[in-house]
Structures are given as C-alpha cells and as structure tokens.
Design a protein around this ligand. Structure first.
Ligand code: 6PG
Length: 479
C-alpha cells in the first residue's frame, strides 16, 4: 500500500521541524516521525495550519504514509544515531526508495552508507544543509550527493524549498555521487570557521589597536556590509557587537566566556586536507584558534608572559587603520576561499566526483552561513575557467589582492608589533607570499632530507633523481 505523503521527516528537533514545515509550506504533504511522539504532536499543534502533515507514531506507520518511491529525510545527530535510524528504517523500505541524511555527517560515513544501501536497492543521499534554523525554515542552501537517479526524483522538491540567489537561481545542485554533498558541506563549514576567525581578528584589532568600543566596531561592520564584504556573517557580527547584556549593561561580547566551541566539521576539513595534501593554512589557523581559546590551562600564561607596551592609535590614525583592516580582511577572505575550493577540487579528483566548482559557488550565494556578495564573483570566475584550482588564478581577484597587499602587510605587521594575535590574517598572507615566491626554502629542506636520510632530490637543470654522498667526498650520484 502506498501513502500520500511526498516526503517524510524523522527527527523533529529544531532543524528537522523547520525543514518539515518548509516542505509543507511549499505545498508538499509531509509525513512526520520522531522517537518521542510528543515532538510530533507539538509540531502539528503549533504549525499544523501551515500545510499538510501526516503525523505518525511507529516506524512502520511512517513508512506506510509515504508515496512511492519513498523519500525520507533523517534529521538526527551525525554518527551512531544516524546509523541507528537507518538500521530501523532500511528493512521497511523497497527498491528505489530514497533516504536523505540532512545532518552534518562525515563524508566517509556517507560513502559507506551509500554503498551499503545501494546493495539493497535503496538510494542514500547525504545532503549538506546550511543556514541554521532560519534557513531550514525559509530556504537553506542544499548540497545533495548520491545518485543521479535519486536527484531526478528529489531535485525539484529541493529546488522549491531552497534559498534563491538574488538572480532567482535555487541554491541547490546535485553536487556529485555518494559523499560529495557532505564533503562540500564540510568544506563550507571549514570556510565558515575561517571567515568567522578573520572577522574576529578584525574586531580584535579595531578594539585593541584602534581603541574602538564594540558599538563603534558594529557601525564599522555595518558600513563594510554595504561594500564588497557584504555577507551574512558581517551582518550578524554587527548585531552581536551592538548587543548590550541585559543583566549588566555591558557589551554582550564582554560578558561571554571567550572559549569557542566546535562540533567538528572545521576540524574534519583540516584533517582531510592534510590527507589530500592541500594547504588550507587559513582554515587550519581558524580551527587552532578555537582550540587555543579553549585551553584555559595554557592561557593561564597571560598572567606572566610579557608583551609589548600597549599603544592605542589617535583618532585620525585609527580611522585610517580601520580602512586597512578592511583591506586585510578582504584579501585574507580571498585566500580562505581559495584554500576551500582547492580542497573541493582535490576531493573531487580523489573520489571521482566531478564537482562543478562554479555550481558550488553559485549555491552558496544564498541561504547558507557563508553567503556573500563576493560569491557572485567566484561563480563568475569559475564559469569563465571551470578548471581553475584557486581564485588567485583569476585576474580580477589577483588584482584586488595586489591592491590590498600594502595595507594587508601593514595590518599584520602592526598586529605583530603590538602583540595582537592574528593567526588567520598572517597565515593567509604567508600563503599568498608562498604562491608568489620564485624560490621557496623547500630546496634546502630537500638538501637536509638527502643529508640525513638519503631521501634524494631533483635538480632544476636536468631530469632524474639524485643523491649527494654527504658522508664521503660529496660527489653526486644519480639514483
Ligand atoms: C550551517 C552551519 C551549521 C552549524 C555548524 C556549526 O552551515 O548551517 O555550519 O552546520 O551551525 O555545525 O559548527 P560548529 O558548532 O562546529 O561551530
């Protein structure tokens, strides 16, 4: 027997609930399921008038409520909970049915689940969903992986519920097979970490070097948000900085414990980048910065470690410095995205996903946490050169960085001189300088490796692999 619901959602915590409501608001009949029935009841009680819901109690009822081929979305905690839910539902499904995992799963888990379920005739679509609670309800950016066939049945629905970019394009694309969607979502989050850290460093510099109050910095971010840095993260930064704590009357940012937490997607981005050999130093510094912030034990050192004498700028100097920080932020942001896109290109190559980088940039233009005006430009750059690995290969971005570099260097130098930690700004600049350098000390590294381990080296002037007899007469032998 086939049910009437076009889609089902199991796991009705806030993300699942909002996604279910989004489907219903867009005219789909949505079957609902949750381990504790109270959540299902609450959803229908509070939002039942938003569309057609079919509340179900047991897994069997849930599956029976779905039309065929069945499409059921799992919105539970990534990891064991996801496997448990799949284990519960898969035996009730039939050939051609589709399970969609909308959590932040590790792409290797998604690859495994997709393989196992494929063997049983079930499509498994690991899907990145970005935009937080609000996005889930009003339109997220959606990054589905899985088979072409599953996208044919699912794509039109996802297009309907997704965010739309300013030009009206839906913020969803079939990213690629098996784990491609979750890989791209992971990298999105890595870039998100970098973006947030860079914004944090800009804030810290404006606070400690320019001597501005959080409210004044909020105004600066608002101004920046009308220019090339326009983005969701800049917008909410201004909101957070201008918020005053109700209990103390102090700036909210001054009463929040300065230890950043993480659920792990940024860390995965760096772990995988290490495996793929992709330099994501800006993203890595953002992950490490969260980790440093959390080490209260290490940070006890603040009591006895010396720094330079504090020097706050005068009013005119401060205003000029703020402009420089904008340049540094923009240039560093280009580097962070360059590194993220490089990782996607490398993952795509490694796993044979054939990911269209321009399409990824395009679906990040709306709905997701890193949505930004800047992504229009990235989309255009990849449309013009689909095989381009890093954004710095694009003439437009290269010119912008060239124009920003003097201020970028001044900002990093000032941070160093004044003892303000800016690991992501500095790493981004070092990455840029590494790409520009005609010669890197890697030649010396090769020499050292050959000296202590006979690891061999190649030469600039002829082909072949060589070793110098360091312990003997230092002649060179070809190996
Ligand atoms: C999104 C967010 C979302 C979530 C992150 C936060 O794209 O909507 O990235 O996935 O907020 O998990 O990550 P951390 O807890 O690791 O900061």
């Amino acid at each position: 027997m086939s049910g009437t619901a076009q889609i089902g959602v199991t796991g009705l915590a806030v993300m699942g609930r909002n996604l279910a409501r989004n489907f219903a608001r867009n005219g789909y009949t949505v079957a609902l399921h949750n381990r504790t029935a109270a959540r299902t009841r609450e959803l229908v009680e509070h939002f039942g008038d938003e569309g057609d819901f079919v509340a179900t109690g047991s897994a069997e009822d849930f599956v029976a409520a779905l039309e065929r081929p069945r499409r059921l979305v799992i919105m539970v905690k990534a990891g064991e909970a996801t496997d448990a839910v799949i284990g519960e539902f898969a035996p009730l499904l039939e050939n051609g049915d589709v399970i969609i995992d909308g959590g932040n799963a590790h792409f290797e888990d998604t690859r495994r689940r997709e393989r196992e379920l494929r063997e049983r005739g079930i499509h498994f679509v690991g899907t990145g969903i970005s935009g937080g609670e609000e996005g889930a309800l009003d339109g997220p950016s959606i990054m589905p992986g899985g088979s072409e066939e599953s996208y044919a049945s699912l794509g039109p629905m996802l297009e309907k519920i997704s965010a739309k970019a300013k030009d009206g394009a839906p913020c969803v694309t079939h990213v690629g097979p098996d784990g491609a969607g979750h890989f791209v979502k992971m990298t999105h989050n890595g870039i998100e970490y970098a973006d947030m850290q860079l914004i944090g460093e800009a804030y810290q510099l404006l606070r400690d070097v320019a001597g501005y109050s959080p409210a004044r910095i909020a105004d600066i971010f608002r101004t920046w948000n009308t220019g090339r840095l326009e983005s969701y993260l800049i917008e909410i930064t201004a909101e957070v900085l201008s918020h005053v704590d109700g209990a103390t009357g102090k700036p909210f940012v001054d009463v929040v414990l300065d230890r950043a937490e993480q659920k792990g997607t940024g860390r995965w981005t760096v772990q995988i980048a290490l495996d793929l050999g992709v330099p994501v130093s800006g993203i890595a510094e953002a992950v490490f910065a969260r980790s440093v912030s959390g080490h209260a034990d290490l940070r006890d050192a603040s009591r006895h470690l010396a720094g330079p004498a504090a020097r706050t700028l005068g009013e005119d100097e401060a205003a000029a410095f703020a402009d420089r920080v904008e340049q540094a932020l923009y240039a560093s942001k280009i580097v962070a995205y360059t590194q993220g896109f490089h990782e996607i290109a490398a993952g795509s190559e490694q796993y044979g996903w054939n990911i269209d980088l321009g399409a990824v940039a395009s679906i990040w233009r709306g709905g997701c946490i890193i949505r930004a005006a800047f992504l229009d430009r990235i989309t255009g750059a990849y449309e013009a050169r689909p095989r381009m690995v890093g954004l710095l290969a694009d003439r437009g971005f290269a010119e912008e960085i060239a124009a920003a570099q003097d201020d970028w260097r001044t900002v990093v130098a000032t941070a160093v001189t004044q003892g303000v930690p800016t690991p992501a700004f500095a790493a981004a600049l070092a990455y840029y300088d590494s790409l520009r350098a005609e010669r890197l000390p890697a030649a010396l590294t090769q020499g050292q490796r050959d000296y202590f381990g006979a690891h061999t080296y190649r030469r600039t002037d002829r082909d072949g692999t060589f070793h110098t007899l360091w312990g003997g007469d230092r002649t060179e032998v070809e190996s």
